[in-house]
Design a protein around this ligand. Structure first.
Ligand code: FES
Ligand code: FES
Length: 157
């Protein structure tokens, strides 16, 4: 058994401890927003947050997240996460959609660290997240739009 926090709730996985986190999320926890693309940490489709940093669930055994905190696309409720999801809609980013939850999870950690990234910052940070539909220009634009909205909507001090 492996205990960890998942989208803010304490959970227990009863899968063998070497089971990959991706399968624990999808098969055991029934959270299918995290996708299986390559299975070898090369595409980013399976990206989740592990203690707030991006992690590739397809190569992470569940025992590695014991007593740690995982956020998936289903639990991405931060202001930055909300701004990104709204921008994804307004900019009509997805085509097939398969890569998109991983893209959003990666983008959320960018905006947490760097609230006003340049175009070059966005391209550099998102490098390694593959989109077979070539939605890259819309992904880049949506991240910039989300950054502007997150700044604009920040409560006054
Ligand atoms: S499925 Fe994990 S990086 Fe491709
Ligand atoms: S939208 Fe189809 S793979 Fe990215």
């Amino acid at each position: 058994m492996v205990k960890f926090r998942l989208n803010g709730e304490q959970v227990v996985s009863e899968s063998p401890t070497d089971t990959l986190l991706l399968w624990v999320l999808r098969e055991e926890m029934k959270l299918t927003g995290t996708k299986f693309g390559c299975g070898i940490a090369q595409c980013g489709a399976c990206t989740v947050h592990l203690d707030g940093s991006p992690a590739r669930a397809c190569v992470t055994p569940v025992q590695a997240v014991a007593n740690r905190s995982i956020t998936t696309i289903e639990g991405l409720a931060s202001p930055v996460g909300q701004a990104l999801q709204q921008a994804w809609e307004s900019e009509q980013v997805p085509q097939c959609g398969y890569c998109q939850s991983g893209q959003i999870m990666q983008a959320a950690t960018l905006l947490e660290q760097n609230p006003q990234p340049s175009d070059a910052d966005i391209v550099s940070y998102m490098n390694g997240h593959l989109c077979r539909c070539m939605a890259y220009p819309r992904i880049q634009r949506a991240i910039a739009v989300a950054a502007d909205r997150a700044i604009t909507e920040e409560p006054a001090q």
